[in-house]
Design a protein around this ligand. Structure first.
Ligand SMILES: *Cc1c(COP(=O)(O)O)cnc(C)c1O
Length: 370
């Protein structure tokens, strides 16, 4: 009889399904023997990082033999200034994903629960399950978060609530007033995590960051990332803003040197390059319009989005359409499975020509099958 290591694994790990990343460009190019694959699958900035961040990253490679500054002092200083918070409120992560994991590790055990919405970011169920905690998943309302239901789901044992604003994969957003009502209602023993990964892209009225609310609500943690609008997904860097007491707990479970030296330098330069952020936001707004118009012209409906992606309703299973788009060299993101949207696909806003290529391929695929 061979040994079953799954039986030996921690209870939370036994039933875990690994996170499914977007398909890499090189992989599809190898499979198809093509060299012109378009990837609109991981909500990356099609411009990548700005020149200043690129230059800072190159310069940082001169010191690769040294460990990075484990406290990320200079970056935390720069962030503190820009966000008008104390440096003691900031925790740096290897991507904001790392911050979400730290929060789960610090607050969730088999005795505890986490509350989040259906169709929310896949890392919330993963981090909850890995900690062995129970997930309380609230049904969505118009694809978005039903904050009333989420507040009502908080019990004695609820230690964490995950809220994505805007949400991935639906693109739905929450207005400032709704978040203030939520925070007034959730008891302090439940840490409310507001995930603002797409913050820099948002232009809709009524939305505002919740960073300034951290000073008034000790149980609020806001997470942000350099992976999206700043274009640094490949370097893995993000951060959490919280009360210093929570930051101190996160620092206990944070791995030493969790953020690398190149990422620290590039992020600091990216923060100063607000022109690049503005350029990225403008390109994204134009791309959202282009994709929205093209999708409507195909007789389809997309969920209104405040992020850098659109999730499109389809007349056929999304997994099928996904595979047929792959065959045409276009990678998007299926959102059945873990996301519970089997008749949708998520497409990231790309460059104008990439968006056009997606729309053309989608038209062909649906034309063939209808
Ligand atoms: C992309 C994304 C993140 C985090 O990405 P990192 O690269 O780990 O910073 C976090 N939350 C949501 C909702 C996202 O879509």
């Amino acid at each position: 009889m061979s040994l079953d290591f799954v039986e030996l694994a921690a209870p939370g790990v036994r039933g875990l399904q690994p996170y499914q990343p977007g398909k890499p460009i090189e992989e599809l190019e190898r499979e198809l023997g093509l060299d012109s694959v378009v990837k609109l699958a991981s909500n990356e900035n099609p411009l990548g990082p700005g020149e200043r961040a690129r230059a800072a990253a190159r310069a940082a490679t001169a010191e690769l033999g040294r460990y990075p500054d484990g406290s990320g002092h200079l970056l935390r200083q720069a962030l503190a200034e820009q966000l008008a918070v104390e440096p003691a409120c900031l925790t740096l992560g290897n991507g904001s994903n790392d911050c979400l994991e730290m929060i789960a590790r610090a607050f969730l055990t088999a005795e505890h629960e986490a509350v989040f919405s259906a169709h929310a970011f896949a890392v919330y169920p993963l981090a909850t399950q890995a900690a062995g905690a129970r997930a309380r998943v609230c049904p969505a309302r118009d694809y978005g978060h039903d904050l009333e239901a989420m507040a009502a789901a908080v019990g004695e044992r609820t230690r964490v609530m995950f809220v994505a604003n805007p949400n991935n994969p639906t693109g739905t957003w929450l207005e400032r007033a709704a978040i203030e009502r939520l925070l007034a209602r959730v008891p302090e023993h439940c840490v409310v995590v507001l995930d603002e990964a797409y913050h820099e892209y948002v232009t809709v009225p009524g939305y505002a960051s919740s960073v300034d609310l951290v000073a008034r609500h000790r149980n609020l943690v806001v997470t942000r990332t350099f992976s999206k609008a700043h274009g640094l997904a490949g370097l893995r860097i993000g951060y959490a803003v919280s009360d210093p007491a929570i930051a101190e707990l996160l620092n206990r479970v944070r791995q030493p040197f969790n953020v690398n030296a190149v990422a620290l330098a590039a992020a600091r330069a990216a923060l100063e390059d607000q022109e690049h952020v503005a350029r990225s936001r403008a390109l994204n707004s134009a791309g959202l319009e282009q994709l929205g118009a093209g999708i409507a012209a195909l007789g389809l409906e997309a969920i209104p989005s405040a992020g850098n992606f659109l999730t499109v309703g389809l007349p056929r299973p999304g997994a099928e359409v996904y595979r047929e788009l792959l065959a045409r060299g276009v990678i998007v993101r299926p959102v059945g499975g873990g996301y519970g949207l089997p008749r949708h696909l998520r497409v990231t806003v790309g460059l104008e020509a990439e968006n056009a290529r997606f729309l053309e391929a989608l038209g062909e695929v649906l034309g063939d099958g209808r």
